[in-house]
Design a protein around this ligand. Structure first.
Ligand code: SF4
Length: 446
């Protein structure tokens, strides 16, 4: 649980020596509570104070890392509701293969996972893990499929089997990949602990009810093993939603450490709409790692797009760096367009210009990541800001073109922009980027 400024003050030396840059220990404590300073700023702080503050600053939900370079992160959440701050690490998306699936289907799934990329606002979104399920009961078939999955898909694995022997055999394929081993029952967790530690894998624990699950997690936690996921069993979407909320409230609001771990969930195979609704419920409500039963690019496109939106910091719009972006291979005589640096706006406008087959310059001034109308209303996309950006960036000297196309929504600034950019002609473009093609054919390319 986060400490208040007054609680932190009691941990500090109380000498008001000012070495931390604050006038008093209380002032420094307030900065620490607001996370605007670090305890290392106080050279006289005791080890106890450092430890207490370190523990208090731990996120209520543990952050786990997977993959060869541990770049795939889950958990780390600080809040129950996205609007309170932001959700931290995106739900990790995985796809399952089973050792009873036909060979051709397995090959198609693994190749699909390996090659799938969805581009959204400049990001490349992929399937991050593969879950290998042992339904055959044959440990050898399971281990062979695990080895094949690592080789063909190049992703860290989630191993799921009812047999500890089979899990141990298949884990050999995961060398260096830092994946997840699913304990089939509470008592299996202790047996699999050494295996998880040895390969630096996470252990997904389960239990017949929440009390049992918390008991298993608490035992492992007490032994110093924190690389845990919670895999709770439920019988309906409503129960799952309710259980997930209870678990996350216990961790975040009440600081109950045994439940402070990311969730792992396997989506049941069935109707594609039901699967999708199940998966999106996970994404919106606390999913840590979510396993889809099959590889379906259309389903993934919907889920990854939703995930991108849910995990965007609501206080910080996604934005591109301000600058002048070349589209195609522009020359000093190419057309010049201007828009804002809100990522979605930038990528839609640049994509539409590119689709027209012309080369152009796209001027993107600093608008704090706002869309055109919002930036204009906030005074961030005005004649003055656009003209000073063009002059200060040196762009004016790079091009011979003296015509600039502004978005139709800000047609009102055209006169003022012409006044502040002597020698330039301002053309009002369409309001919607989707109408750029017709506009370009008529006014630019023609
Ligand atoms: Fe207090 Fe430490 Fe700051 Fe000195 S350096 S004023 S002891 S918090």
């Amino acid at each position: 649980m986060a400490l208040t400024g007054l609680q932190i003050q009691k941990l500090l030396p109380g000498t008001n020596c000012k070495e931390c840059g604050s006038n008093t220990c209380l002032a420094f404590a307030m900065k620490l509570a607001a996370k605007k300073a670090d305890i290392s700023g106080c050279p006289s702080a005791s080890d106890e104070a450092r430890e207490a503050l370190g523990l208090a600053n731990e996120p209520p939900v543990k952050t786990l890392a997977f993959g060869p370079d541990k770049s795939i992160l889950a958990g780390g959440d600080l809040v129950l509701y996205r609007h309170d701050k932001t959700f931290v690490n995106r739900t990790v998306m995985a796809v399952a293969v089973r050792d009873t699936d036909p060979e051709g289907e397995i090959d198609r799934t693994l190749a699909g996972v390996r090659d799938y990329v969805l581009e959204r606002v400049g990001e490349r979104l992929t399937v991050q893990m593969v879950a290998v399920e042992n339904l055959s009961g044959d440990p050898r078939a399971f281990a062979d499929l695990a080895a094949k999955a690592v080789k063909a898909a190049g992703r860290p694995l989630i191993l799921k089997s009812e047999s500890v022997t089979a899990l141990k055999l298949a884990a050999e394929a995961m060398g260096g990949m830092h994946g997840i081993i699913c304990a089939p029952a509470p008592e299996a967790a202790a047996e699999l602990l050494a295996l998880a530690k040895e390969g630096d894998h996470a252990l997904a624990v389960t239990g017949p009810d929440l009390d049992a699950l918390a008991g298993v997690a608490a035992k492992l936690r007490d032994q110093g093993f924190m690389n845990l996921l919670l895999n709770f069993r439920t019988h309906s979407a409503a129960e799952r939603f309710q259980t997930g909320t209870i678990v996350r409230r216990a961790a975040v609001r009440d600081g109950y450490k045994p439940l402070g771990f990311p969730f792992l969930r396997f989506i049941d195979a069935g109707d594609v709409m039901d699967e999708t609704v199940d998966a999106l419920t996970e994404i919106t409500r606390y999913g840590g790692v979510t396993v889809l039963p099959s590889f379906d690019p259309a389903q993934l496109a919907a889920l990854l797009t939703l995930r991108l939106n849910i995990f965007t910091d609501p206080q910080k719009p996604i934005q591109v760096e301000p600058g002048v972006y070349p589209i195609g291979e522009p020359t000093p005589a190419s057309a010049v367009f201007v828009t804002t640096n809100f990522s979605l706006t930038y990528f839609i406008v640049s994509g539409e210009i590119e689709n027209c087959g012309i080369s152009a310059w796209l001027v993107v001034p600093e608008c704090e990541g706002m869309s055109v109308l919002t930036a204009w209303a906030a005074g961030k996309f005005s004649a003055a800001s656009i003209s000073s950006f063009i002059k200060e960036s040196g762009f004016e000297g790079q091009v011979k073109t003296r015509t600039i196309v502004i978005p139709g929504y800000v047609s009102g600034i055209s006169g003022e922009l012409e006044d502040s950019l002597p020698g330039w002609r301002v053309i009002v473009g369409p309001e919607e980027a989707s109408d750029l093609e017709g506009f370009i054919k008529t006014f630019v390319a023609g």
